[in-house]
Write a protein that binds this ligand. Sequence first.
Ligand SMILES: [Zn+2]
Length: 314
Amino acid sequence: MENDKNYWWYTILIYFIISAVVFLIVYPFIVPKPVELLITFLIILGTGFLVGMFSAYILTPMAFWRRYKPLPVLPIELQNRVDELIRKAGIKKPKFFIYDSPELNAFTYSSVFGPRIVITSGLLEAYNTGKISEDEFSAIIGHEMGHIKHRDSLRGGIAMSWVAIINGFGTYLIFLGFMFLGIGTIETFFSRDEENALITILIGIVSIVLGFVMKILAKLISLIALHHSRIMEYQADAFGAYLTSNIYMADALKKLEDYNNSLATKNLGYSPYPEGWQVPPVKQTWIDRIFSTHPPTEKRIERLVGKNMSSTPS
Ligand SMILES: [Zn+2]
């Protein structure tokens, strides 16, 4: 078993890089006295950390509140297996929820009341009809327990915080810009003060441009945060494999992808929070991959069982 503490060091490194980038962006706007530079950097670090925590434990659970039904009773052998996994994982007992969807998938999130694991009705159905074995089902749940064990909601929230802040600020500036543009345009028609109207329009245009610049910056910074996200997925796979076995974890991933691909309704992207699912229910182009929260499934399988080893039927 790898050391979980090392996982946090990677998150801290990523977060420092992102904070440094944000620092460089605000640098031209501050008085360059050493003390103020240090304070600015500390404020950036602190703000992102708090926003990340707030997003992981308050905002995300609020978005999912009452969206999913509590999981009905599991088949007894599966319940026993899940209890065994919880013990081996050494985590707080998660609450299980179900999401009505034909795809085979699962995801996890945290809340102040403890960890939550959401599985699709399709996944449970696949177990009940023998499409996936108990071991594969366990590996999928084990992967989610890996996210709980490694506190990935918090780690991901912190890594993503500045992307969300800058992107949100950009949206706000664009909205504000269009408002000014509208007011200025109306002014040119109804007001005699043409100069005033032009200034309002100019403020609007500058605000819109700035807003778009911020959104592009957020997108660029997200490249760093998303790399972090993909590493978290490998780590969760490793944990799922530790709880079950590498073969079961690899088999489970393969089946998730194969079955989801074969579903007629491949526009499963409508699933809420599509990037959170174990195998994202969205089709990816190559450009999507560098902006993806998850590594490609074949890469994940390769890490578990090696390149030349195809998954064994179970
Ligand atoms: Zn995952």
